[in-house]
Design a protein around this ligand. Structure first.
Ligand SMILES: [Zn+2]
Length: 283
């Protein structure tokens, strides 16, 4: 696709982002890799619903603006962190879809093993630690994850999704927000049913056949398919634990679930104490 067509496509995706309510006011930004020296991106302070091709900017891989009359987005460093660390990615969408951002605000990990499309198209979705937007420190928060996934939740901020082309990168934003919305609705109904290990294995086989990658293909432990967050594990200084979507049968699996392990001796002590008291009373 030439630069002219890519500019049109960015404007079209901007309209979809805005129409879906994924970006209030001038929130969000979109970019496309042009070549190994240049990235095309949206400007700052323009609503994504109303961008024109002439508004778009071209930057180098350090974020320096090369072309365009408007100033490039301040969040371009986030996009560049993806391009620099994953050569397979050609487009990045950052926005604030409300349902996914609710998980980002709650610090609630995105559960696995609930919807087939999410398992196949997204897989595991990590949460990156919070940093002030627009800074290099903020951009660096996603580096541990960009090679292993295509969708990242930014704590107290929003989402970043990416892919081999712009439409696929954007679809991931739609998929994660629809998923989070369904999860919240199902939770309000009172129950979330999860796939069994066998059902999940079947989905992962299908995923492999369709040509997608997933870190779980090389899983080493039983709990990795639906329990442990295996991407997040590489980034242990921030390891959010589930609260709203904790699976009881997975409690023993969770990394750092020393609470369930330490609960057992406490109960043993309690049972022993009560038994002794009962026996003493009977005597
Ligand atoms: Zn943002």
């Amino acid at each position: 696709m030439n630069e002219y067509k890519l500019k049109d496509l960015i404007c079209e995706i901007g309209r979809r982002v805005y129409a879906k309510g994924f970006a209030a006011a001038n929130d969000g930004n979109i970019s496309v890799r042009l070549n190994d020296k240049e990235v095309l991106c949206t400007p700052t302070m323009v609503s994504k619903g109303f961008i024109k091709p002439e508004d778009l900017c071209v930057v180098d891989y350090e974020g320096k603006q090369l072309r365009g009359t408007r100033k490039r987005s301040s969040e371009i460093l986030l996009h560049l962190a993806v391009y620099k660390n994953n050569p397979q990615v050609n487009a990045v969408v950052h926005c604030h879809p409300p349902h996914a951002t609710a998980f980002a605000v709650a610090g609630e990990p995105i559960p696995k093993c609930v919807l087939p499309e999410v398992e196949v198209f997204l897989g595991e979705v990590p949460i990156a630690i919070y940093e002030t937007p627009g800074t290099q420190k903020f951009a660096d928060t996603i580096i541990p994850f960009v090679k292993k996934c295509n969708t990242i939740i930014l704590a107290n901020h929003g989402t970043v999704t990416f892919g081999p082309d712009l439409e696929k990168a954007y679809w991931n934003s739609e998929i994660i927000d629809a998923y989070c919305r369904i999860l919240i609705l199902a939770r309000q109904l009172g129950r979330v049913n999860y796939f069994t290990e066998t059902q999940t294995k079947e989905l992962l086989d299908l995923k492999k056949k369709l040509g997608y990658d997933d870190p779980r293909f090389a899983k080493t432990e039983n709990c990795d398919l639906c329990g442990n967050n295996i991407i997040q594990r590489g980034y242990r200084d921030y390891d959010p634990q589930p609260e709203a979507f904790e699976r009881e049968e997975m409690a023993a699996c969770t990394v750092g679930a020393s609470s369930s392990a330490s609960r057992t001796p406490d109960i043993d002590v309690l049972v022993k104490t009560i038994t002794e008291q009962v026996l003493a009373a009977l005597r």
